[in-house]
Design a protein around this ligand. Structure first.
Ligand code: ADP
Ligand code: ZN
Ligand code: ZN
Length: 698
């Protein structure tokens, strides 16, 4: 044994074991080789990072020998290793954690022989791309052609700023088709924010390129499915990988194109472990691997919008190329926006009379409506009018939500569920009542309102609901979506799940029932999110211009609000994303907020709020002497909006700098200080701490 093999393994988070563990080997192993190594009493999967001849000291230390290599697999490439190392460094996690989390879980359990068998079975040869010539013969719109022409001739990264229904997906399909036709080893990565959007995109890509060329990667797959997709990508046999944020780490030796659809979507940010942004990593990866990157959205994140600003005066402009496609395919118009001033409605109005009449007209014409409320369950609170009892969660600083379907009170934070009490637990009053409403109650309410209305064929009206509760069962979402597409459903009620991406052809009215909460949120991104969501929702209406014309109907987006004068709604009315972005960005520039500054959150969870805050305050003091500290603002520790979850108190501290590099330097120096602090009196009662770089929720 005369080689030292440094291996990335999954060490417990914050174990301070360092990034790589050293083992002994008889021979050097190529970097990127997957292998098994002993760790404590177990054998774990690892990735070789480097091999160097052992020094005498190392020989004397008698390093543990490496285990078997999975030599049926080609080593992970240098670009992949660089991506993982960058992500670990940038998001302040250990290399081993990020590397191993990026691999399919089943790799941990299979031997090299088993893997070899799977490779043979699943991925015999590079998939033949079946070019669907009929589809490629569809005439592109002028805007689509222009966007593609610039994509082919310029380097990017590109921001495809296209209205909902402007044919962005068609642009992705053509860009992929051109690449695969040009280079028969090339691979493309296409990312979507939500698992529930992958089946429809997968269908479109498979229809275009053939079943074998396309694989999916998302967390809704079984471990064997994930492994099969991963192997197909890693071996180069799959030409197109479709997936959610985790797919950004797929090993793709032939990667030449990355698409990030709905790039503004918060789901691209991982919310546990390494809190990476798959969109930002995609841009980094594209640059590292010389792959072209397209970020697409009708409502880009302000970060991407700012990065794609044209040059003006002294400003050389951003580094992204902005491609605009303002028009809808088929010259379809964006829906007319109607604001309902809820101040003028009778007290306790849920759905205004005018909105109900508009929905009724659509039912009579056989068209569909979509009513959107971002709150699931029947009612957010159950309360006693006599003694003031409310359905608080005993473990969290939040109310338990009343779910009428299974008569439970359920905490959406910790999961604690109980049967609904028959009477007030505090005073015995049998008359406890739901306060406020969620999608379940809205569905019930609409059912009552339209109970006597008939469809054109004389049958009864169908109200359906799609949210996280209605889609829990395997296949439920698919069948619910199919019912909407078939025209069976007249009114669809749902959360933001239905607002995104779906290409419903017969929806001519979309209504947001109660979006006001986000207008006055403490999170500075809330208005950006709300605007994006309302624009996306509006994008579900009137997608088929020919259908609208045949119906003699108009697409409408209704918004019920108590603040109709808010500038956000004025911009929404004109579908003017650019104006809204400009005014919000001007405010952010003046206040020195992202994208004009860079942020990180240090969070601490502890037995008491005092302990959590004391830890953060001590951490802040300790940071004074670190490099870069003078260029980074550290704000006081504060409780999180939902301060206690599952009996754990949570606090956070915002740190901010005009320089990304200064912030990164400080964070890197801070890590060991935070580890050490945990073992001092200031760390007493602290359960965990974490760093969130570029946080999306503040
Ligand atoms: P987006 O992703 O921008 O919302 P899609 O790519 O889903 O838009 O396109 C909307 C609809 O228009 C889809 O049904 C699509 O098949 C169709 N479409 C896209 N491009 C064209 C085109 N050039 N000619 C005809 N139909 C098109
Ligand atoms: Zn009571
Ligand atoms: Zn709870």
């Amino acid at each position: 044994m005369n080689w030292r093999i440094d291996v990335a393994v999954q060490t417990p988070a914050h174990s301070a074991l360092g990034d790589l563990l050293s083992y002994a080997g008889n021979d050097p192993l190529p970097a990127g080789t997957l292998l098994r190594v002993p760790l404590g009493a177990r054998e774990v999967l690892g990735v070789v990072w480097q091999s160097t001849p052992e020094t005498e000291t190392e020989t004397a230390m008698a390093l543990k020998p490496v285990g078997a290599a999975l030599d049926a697999l080609a080593p992970l490439g240098e670009a992949w290793r660089d991506l993982v190392a960058f992500a670990a460094r940038y998001y302040q996690r250990s290399l081993g954690e990020v590397a191993l989390a990026a691999l399919p879980p089943q790799l941990r359990d299979l031997s090299s022989v088993q893997l070899a068998r799977r490779l043979k079975r699943k991925t015999a040869a590079r998939a033949e791309v079946v070019a669907d010539t009929a589809a490629n013969a569809i005439a592109l719109s002028a805007e689509q052609s222009d966007a593609l022409a610039r994509f082919e001739t310029e380097a990017g990264p590109f921001l495809l700023f296209g209205s909902t229904g402007s044919g962005k997906t068609e642009v992705y399909l053509r860009a992929v088709a051109a690449l695969l036709a040009r280079n028969d080893a090339a691979q493309a990565l296409v990312m979507v924010p939500e698992i529930n959007l992958t089946p429809q995109l997968e269908a479109r890509f498979k229809a275009r390129f053939g079943d074998d060329a396309v694989v999916s990667l998302h967390s809704g797959m079984t471990n064997p499915q994930r492994l099969a997709s991963w192997l197909a990508a890693h071996s180069g046999t799959a030409r197109i990988v479709l997936g959610t944020r985790m797919a950004v780490f797929a090993s793709m030796p032939g990667l030449q194109l990355i698409v990030v659809d709905e790039e503004h979507d918060p789901s691209y940010k991982q919310q546990e472990g390494a809190r990476y942004s798959a969109r930002d990593l995609a841009v980094w990866r594209g640059q590292r691997e010389n792959a072209k990157v397209i970020l697409g959205s009708a409502t880009p994140s302000f970060e991407s919008w700012h990065q794609s600003r044209p040059a003006e005066g002294d400003d050389p402009g951003g580094r992204y190329v902005r491609l605009a496609m303002p028009a809808r395919i088929g010259a379809g118009e964006l829906p007319a926006v109607r604001l309902v001033d809820m101040n003028l409605q009778p007290p306790k109005t849920v759905l205004s009379g005018a909105l109900l009449a508009a929905i009724g007209e659509r039912i009579a014409r056989g068209e569909q409506s979509m009513v959107f409320l971002n709150r699931r369950g029947y009612a957010p609170v159950l309360a006693c009018g006599d003694c003031g009892w409310k359905s608080e969660c005993p473990h969290c600083s939040a109310f338990r939500v009343f779910h009428k379907i299974d008569r439970t009170l359920r905490c959406h934070h910790c999961g604690y569920a109980e049967r609904v009490p028959r009477a007030c637990p505090a005073c015995g009053n049998p008359d406890i009542a739901p306060v406020g409403r969620g999608t379940e109650r809205l569905e019930e309410h609409l059912g009552e309102l339209f109970a006597d209305v008939k469809r054109p064929d004389g049958s009864a009206v169908t109200i359906a609901r799609i949210d996280a509760d209605s889609t829990r069962k395997e296949g439920a979402l698919e069948s619910q979506l199919a019912a909407v597409h078939s025209g069976e459903v007249n009114v669809l009620v749902g959360t933001q799940m239905i607002a995104k991406g779906h290409d419903f052809r017969r929806i001519t009215l979309v209504a947001a029932v109660n979006p006001d909460g986000a207008l006055f949120s403490s999170d500075f991104r809330a208005p950006e999110r709300l605007f994006g969501l309302l624009m996306q929702s509006a994008g579900r209406a009137g997608r088929d211009a020919a259908y609208l014309a045949a119906q003699g109907s108009r697409a409408e987006m209704w918004v019920q609000t108590s603040h109709p004068q808010h500038p956000l709604f004025a911009a929404l009315r004109r579908h003017d994303y650019a104006a809204f972005a400009q005014s919000e960005l001007a405010e952010r520039r003046a206040a020195g907020m992202p994208p004009f500054a860079f942020q990180a959150l240090i969070r601490a969870d502890a037995r008491t709020q005092d302990a959590a805050q004391a830890f953060l305050t001590a951490a802040s003091t300790a940071a004074d002497r670190l490099e870069g500290a003078e260029r980074v603002t550290r704000y006081p520790a504060v409780p999180l909006a939902v301060q206690r979850v599952a009996n754990v108190e949570r606090a956070q501290m915002l740190v901010e700098s005009g320089s990304r590099a200064a912030l990164q330097r400080l964070l890197a120096g801070w890590q060991p200080v935070l580890h050490a602090l945990r073992r001092t009196p200031e760390g007493k009662g602290v359960i965990r701490w974490l760093i969130d770089v570029d946080p999306q929720q503040i």
